[in-house]
Design a protein around this ligand. Structure first.
Ligand code: COA
Length: 196
């Protein structure tokens, strides 16, 4: 990038970060937003983004491109989304009815989706008449430090991924994955320890 392009990108990033703050997000120093994320907070809920984290919502700023902007949404007053320091999110969706936590230095590949609710009740009759199913603390999603989640993976309610693990592209993570492993597939299963 030229110096002028760099300057313009920096200014736009600052504007997008200001927008995040106006929406009610707690934003740490050095957070960068390439392209405008979509953020909405239910009244009483909270979202925080740790220092040095980068949100990429524009295909110009990532080799793989993104299909959509970063989307961060809390759906209920109890919901909490906490993103740690020095994380990188590309076109990722974090949608919480109860809670989503990312540790530090977590990388979410293009179009990854983390969602801690089914949105609709599984049984057909109440599904037609009721909104969001109830959420419990056990439904929280917890992604530990230094995890890398491959592009277009989906992480479902109640899942934890332990420190340093890698989740292969296009995985559906429906059960927790320990730290220090490579896991992939639908449903995601451990393939091997990281050091092997
Ligand atoms: C998970 C990953 C890191 C594994 O890489 P690796 O250790 O070199 O693994 P290999 O390619 O040797 O594959 C090992 C086995 O896992 C399987 N596998 C690898 N990635 C897989 C995936 N995403 N889904 C399902 N199975 C997968 C392979 O088919 C192979 O199975 P086999 O032993 O039965 O033949 C890699 O495949 C991957 O998905 N990288 C993520 C890329 C990405 O999304 N980047 C984000 C950019 S924004």
């Amino acid at each position: 990038m030229s110096i002028v392009q760099d300057y313009v990108a920096g200014a736009l990033s600052r504007l997008n970060t200001q927008m995040l703050k106006r929406t009610g997000v707690s934003v740490g120093p050095g957070v960068r937003c390439h392209g405008r994320p979509l953020v909405s907070l239910a009244s009483g809920s909270s979202v925080s983004i740790g220092p040095g984290t980068t949100l990429i919502s524009s295909s110009k700023r990532t080799d793989l491109g993104v299909s959509r902007p970063v989307i961060i949404r809390t759906l209920t007053s109890e919901a909490r989304i906490r993103i740690g320091a020095d994380c990188g999110l590309s076109g990722s969706t974090l949608c919480a009815a109860i809670g989503i936590e990312l540790g530090n230095r977590v990388l979410l590949g293009a179009d990854v989706m983390l969602v801690d609710t089914d949105f609709h009740i599984v049984d057909a009759v109440p599904r037609r008449h009721q909104g969001l199913p109830p959420s419990y603390t056990k439904d929280m999603i917890r992604i530990a430090d230094d995890v890398f989640i491959g592009a277009r993976s989906i992480v479902l309610k109640g899942v934890s991924v332990g420190a340093g693990s890698v989740i292969g592209a296009g995985s559906v993570v429906s059960r927790s994955i320990p730290g220090g492993v490579v896991a992939a597939g639908n449903p995601a299963r451990v393939l091997r320890p990281l050091s092997a």
